[in-house]
Design a protein around this ligand. Sequence first.
Ligand code: HEM
Length: 537
Amino acid sequence: MELSLSALPLSPWALAWGALLVALSAAAAGVWAWQATFWQRRGVPTLPMDPLLGHSRDRLLLRVSAGEQFARLYRRLAPHPFGGVFQFLRPTFVVRDPELIKQIMVKDFSHFEERGLFVNEKTNPLSAHLFSLDGPRWRKLRVKLTPTFTSGKMKMMFGLMHGCALELCAFLRDAARRRHVVEMKDVVAKFTTDVIGTCAFGLQFNSLADPDSEFRRMGKAVFEPTLLLAIRQVVGTFIPQIGNLIKFPPKNVSDFFLGAVKETVDFREKNNIKRNDFMQLLIELRNKAELLDDYENTELTGTQNGSVKVNNTQNGTSKDSDDLELTDSLLAAQAFVFFVAGYETSATTMGFALHELAMNLDVQDKLQAEIDSVLSEHNGEFSYESIQKMSYLHKVVEETLRKYPPLPNHFRRCTVPYTIPGTKVRLEKGTRVFIPILGLQMDPAYFPHPHKFDPERFSEENKATRPRFAYLPFGEGPRNCIGMRFGQLQTKLGLAVLLHSYRFTPCDQTLRQVRFEPKAFFTASRGGNWLRLTARH
Ligand code: HEM
């Protein structure tokens, strides 16, 4: 039988469109096949991958958290010092070797200064904060904001923190008397919210006393592991332009926050109120007061030994920061990031520490013995000095941050073409670089039996046996966590006050094996953190 075009039920137009579609698909397949060889062409070790979803299938399907995703890639790329993967179609350079990490975060920091996050001050004023900003604006802000977290400032804020810790203790008294079961992550998040409220804003958020506290509601609205937050995170990692169409923080949180900061600033200015807190510092910065007089060993370049180079007002740092105008919305954005970064990270750490202490009662006993003994040498009082004396408490917090780093990956963007030392591998400008914190901190090569909770890993002798850059819960170098001292202090104080009064034991709802919540922004356990409480005294 003869087959002619006119015998087919398709018009010539349909055929032309069909042919075009086939040609486009073939071209796309060709481009993708070429892109898939991206890392091979650069001599970078890589892994077999899903032809469509790259190395991120389980993450895209929300089967694993961001920390677990990169911890797996970290393990699969062994024994290479680095490797190349794809997040969807996006090439990402993964660093495994602690020496190379030091090079990137500290020594050659000027090539990797940026995180490459999306900032749009016009449509989303709160996006212009220290964590997201890059380039000269980040540098200038970092210089300006660093004095907020000196140890002198921490000492001054201790009394305010202690007040909140006592409220936390009182809040749990009844539950302990009745040996109740409590979801501790939520309780400690109320405590850290109140600490940030009073230390940073001079406001009583009353999250512990008032179940309807607006700041607690807003804090929850930012971090509640919802599907929308998860989609924003996942899509934002792969295609930032699309991910950022979903506004973060949500509009109601943004409006609330901009309003609260404006009200606080106006009230203080009208009534000439000055407080020793973060808000005061921001107001003074906005009014261009000279604030760079109490710098403490901070500057924005790395040194050969891995530390941050010291600089001070005499050698020009202040000049650099003077020409940044701190507008009202820029001020609010910094207040916002201090609020969100300040409360959730420490609450996460406290929650996981209590979980591990309940699961390891010998560690809890030892810690309680230390707290009792140090307090008896300090007239039974918690003070900045007595907390510093609790060395086992410090180890417990360090070990908690090892197993459960609140931020499980570091990420940087290459800003100047860079050749990996000792190799011919060249990273182009714009390459994304990931440092898998969870992967490193659970690597048995550095931390034998990594699932075991063992604070003694952080004795001076044991620390000396492993590379320093295999443990990075606060980051390293000029872009490390600016609030580290604050976070450590509130975490340790909260834990010490709680453990002095109460004993924490597992209950039926306690998860024997923690599973990470894939939808959460920070490391979080699925199903909460339920523990039984009893009074010690
Ligand atoms: C246990 C508590 C905390 C942990 C584990 C933590 C962890 C981190 C990490 C891993 C980074 C990224 C570092 C890097 O990329 O090298 C970071 C950055 C940051 N953290 Fe924290 N953090 C904590 C507490 C706090 C507190 C209390 C504040 C503020 C009150 C804070 C404010 C910030 C800010 C503003 C940045 C961005 C710094 C910059 O890019 O210059 N953090 N934090």
